[in-house]
Design a protein around this ligand. Structure first.
Ligand code: FA5
Length: 340
């Protein structure tokens, strides 16, 4: 009860509008004068149980100090502003926050994924968006003229065909493996670029997140368990996963990761196109040739990698039907994520 009284007086003091000498004097009398409103609260200390006395006393003292500070500051400002009383500005008033910003859905998804993986020991890694052919392609088992290059339409820098805008975050795998000895456990979120026609589902600028785990004895079972952990953390403990055989030049074997549809629970709906499953990324065991390209002994170490698109994930999670909304900065769209 008394605690509420203190909080109310604190809010009153913070919001007390002082515009001239008269209101400043009223403020002084009310909160610092001989019969000020805090006195009753000080008197009430005797009724407070012993174990709470200290906390209670500290609270009232803090409020008293707030009143003293506000008074001293305004007195000073008021003296300085005497010549211009009409334009006196009370700088102690709390700011009314209007149109406060909200986190972008891509940021929300990225933060969620980083939290999920930091709980099991993954560290965040980064790599450049302007990359050499070696890190984006060759070291990942995609040499010059390899048909796999057609899988990802690439933006090249006109004056130097060796430099590309990275087409995926897999370049970070190479940069980390070149510089770190196993065990390696990283998560690498970042922006990626592809020379693709923009549509409701595809963009030429989008985000991916890469996962890499290299150690002795890492197996496909570890990959599957990690992906199950990811799916259940993201969409709930009922979620199931399945791995479909696929092809990536840098993993062998490779797989696409599907999760049981978190909208219909697997019975079939428009989001999963009535299949009960939704695809969320690509994965596989790191190809031994990629390890050797990074001077990691492929006889001793094995590992897995996983990559997924953040826009597609945000579209699924927040039921966004057009990827373009995420880069248009329309305030009406962004506002919807204020409480996410
Ligand atoms: C890759 O980029 C691989 N590097 C992923 C990988 C990593 C596989 C590690 C194995 C091991 P893919 O081209 O399928 O794979 O792209 C991965 C995801 O990026 C897609 O599932 C999709 O979510 C997203 N993506 C790809 N192209 C676009 C695009 N144009 N617009 C938006 N998202 C896209």
């Amino acid at each position: 009860m008394q605690y509420e009284g203190i909080d109310n007086i604190k809010t009153e003091i913070e919001n007390y509008l002082i515009t001239d000498a008269e209101t400043l004097e009223q403020f002084r009398i009310q909160y610092l004068g001989t019969k000020n409103v805090l006195k009753d609260l000080f008197t009430a200390i005797k009724d407070i149980p012993n174990e709470n006395k200290k906390e209670y006393g500290q609270k009232i003292n803090a409020v008293k100090q707030l009143a003293e500070e506000k008074f001293a500051l305004l007195q000073l400002q008021f003296q300085n502003n005497k010549a211009d009383k009409k334009h006196f500005v009370d700088t102690t008033l709390p700011v009314a926050i209007k149109n406060q910003g909200a986190k972008h859905p891509i940021t929300l998804i990225r933060e969620e994924l980083v939290t999920i993986f930091s709980k099991i020991g993954y560290l965040v890694a980064e790599g450049p968006e302007i990359e050499t052919d070696w890190y984006n392609f060759t070291a990942l088992g995609i040499p010059e003229d390899h048909p796999a290059k057609d899988m990802q339409d690439t933006f090249y820098i006109q004056t130097n065909p060796d430099i590309v805008l990275r087409t995926h975050t897999s370049n970070v795998q190479i940069r980390v493996m070149e510089n770190q000895n196993p065990p390696i456990r990283i998560i690498a979120p970042g922006r990626t670029y592809r020379n693709e026609t923009i549509s409701a589902r595809a963009h030429c600028v989008f985000h991916q997140i890469e996962l890499l785990y290299i150690d002795e004895g890492v197996s496909m079972a570890d990959l599957k368990q990690t992906l199950l952990y990811l799916a259940q953390e993201l969409f709930g403990t009922e979620t199931q996963i399945r791995l479909r055989p696929s092809y990536f030049p840098f993993t062998e074997p490779s797989a696409e990761l599907d999760v049981s549809c978190f909208i219909c629970g697997g019975s079939g709906c428009a989001v999963c196109k009535y299949t009960g499953w939704v695809e969320i990324g690509g994965a596989g065991m790191v190809d031994p040739l990629v390890l050797e390209n990074c001077k990691i002994d492929s006889e001793k170490y094995t590992g897995f990698a996983f990559g997924m698109g953040l826009e597609r994930m945000a579209m699924l999670k927040y039921r966004i039907n057009d990827i373009r909304l995420m880069s248009e900065n329309d305030f009406r769209f962004l506002k919807q994520f204020e409480n996410s």
